[in-house]
Design a protein around this ligand. Structure first.
Ligand code: NAP
Ligand code: GDD
Length: 351
């Protein structure tokens, strides 16, 4: 049985990847950090809460990362943990630089010491291209120039280069997945697609009245997260390590997303949306569209869920959640709590 370690298993991609890998028969380990409010609802949502081993680790803590590798003895490592919200990276640039950038050195060094033969996936990002897409006027390829436009993007670019460095210097099987935006009902509420779909559902059920947004002109290449974690896995199964863009090849503006989302519940967006300066960033990538040809050819990966399907499935899920809430059901994100075993097993939660 293969063993996989997922850093950031409590995030959107971590939960879908844990589901994919447990389904393939892997023994799945994931790192989580102590928070004042436990954040394990996505694992529960995906039905893997009791099937994965949770290991306490923090990106700032070298020893805990080494211990995670020792405990899991991984064949494959998916390094997903990061401060992933671009807007927050302008507010906490140093902390973002540490968690999203420098921590890549910590995990790669820990791998060099503990398990240099393990295969390594780094969660790179389309944000590294910045406005290269606007300049070139076509979907971006792996060979296009980078121009990061946020502390987050700069930190990821550091991680991207370091991953390449360890591949070249130490012969690591280390890959960069340059993933464009991917969304789902498990997205954090601060990201624009989930913010929109959540508010649209509340407005349609008369729980809320207004949706306040920032830049409606920005456009993004939005895909469906469960399909993107499949691409991560395929990258680690290939014969040689490389860097791959994962995208749909089509982009839409935030305004188009809003219009489509209100359409799903039969409302006119103009009556409910206002633009609020607070949600503008000091600098914003105007447009991002990726060309996934290399991933299609080399990995046999292609997206199936297109923009309209994605918006519709996200809105419908939120409507269902808020309907249940109105009937007195608890939010899935209120439950679960840490399992009782966590009080006994201080290092690893085997549930
Ligand atoms: P996410 O939902 O924000 O998950 C991030 C994960 O990192 C969470 O498990 C979080 O733990 C963990 N984390 C953050 N800081 C940490 C720290 N100091 N120590 C330990 N763990 C920490 O992000 P996602 O959407 O799943 O994305 C996964 C990765 O892909 C991220 O690296 C992101 O930057 C990158 N990426 C995402 C996209 C996208 O569109 N989703 C596109 C390109 C690249 P908590 O749950 O405790 O907060
Ligand atoms: N979050 C947010 N909130 N964004 C808004 C809002 C708002 O109220 N109004 C407009 N936007 C615009 C942002 O300015 C940005 O141009 C766009 O919506 C998308 O914002 P996010 O959903 O926060 O995502 P992101 O594109 O900045 O970053 C995501 O994708 C990257 C890949 O391209 C994150 O998942 C990153 O971790 C990931 O690397």
């Amino acid at each position: 049985m293969k063993s996989a370690l997922i850093t950031g298993i409590t995030g959107q991609d971590g939960a879908y990847l844990a589901k994919l890998l447990t389904g393939k028969g892997y023994s799945v380990y994931g790192t989580y950090r102590r928070l004042s409010t436990p954040n394990l609802w996505r694992l529960q949502d995906q039905g893997v809460f009791g099937k994965v081993h949770l290991i306490p680790a923090d990106l700032g803590d070298f020893g805990s990362l080494g211990e995670a590798l020792e405990v899991s003895e991984p064949d494959e490592i998916y390094h997903l943990a990061a401060q992933s919200f671009v807007e927050a990276s302008f507010e906490t640039p140093v902390a973002t630089g540490d968690a999203t950038g420098l921590a890549t050195t910590r995990i790669l060094e820990a791998i060099r010491q503990h398990c240099p033969d393990a295969r390594f996936y780094f969660a790179a990002t389309s944000e590294m291209f910045g406005d290269a897409g606007s300049t070139l006027g076509r979907p971006l390829k792996e060979t296009d120039p980078f121009h990061p436009m946020s502390p987050y993007a700069s930190a990821k670019l550091y991680g991207y280069w370091l991953t390449k460095t360890y591949r070249e210097a130490y012969n690591f099987f280390a890959v960069n997945g340059i993933l464009f935006n991917h969304e789902s009902p498990l997205r954090g509420l601060e990201f624009v697609t989930r913010k929109i779909t959540n508010e649209v559902a509340k407005i349609s059920l008369r729980i809320s009245k207004k949706l306040r947004l920032g830049n409606l002109e920005a456009s993004r290449d939005w895909g469906y997260a469960p399909e993107y974690v499949e691409a991560m896995w395929r990258m680690l199964q290939s014969r040689k390590p490389g860097d791959y863009i994962v995208a749909t090849g089509k982009s839409h503006t935030v305004g188009e997303f809003v219009e489509k989302a209100f359409e799903v519940v039969g409302l006119d967006w103009r009556k409910h949306v206002s633009v609020d300066k607070r949600f503008f960033r000091p600098l914003d990538v105007p447009t991002l569209t990726g060309n996934p040809s290399k991933a299609k050819k080399a990995l046999g990966w292609a997206p199936k869920v297109v923009f309209d399907d994605l918006v519709s499935l996200m809105v419908k899920t939120e409507v269902d959640r808020w309907r249940r809430w109105k009937k007195g059901e608890r939010f899935p994100w209120d439950a679960p709590n840490y399992p009782s075993e966590s009080r006994i097993l201080t290092r690893t939660l085997r549930m």
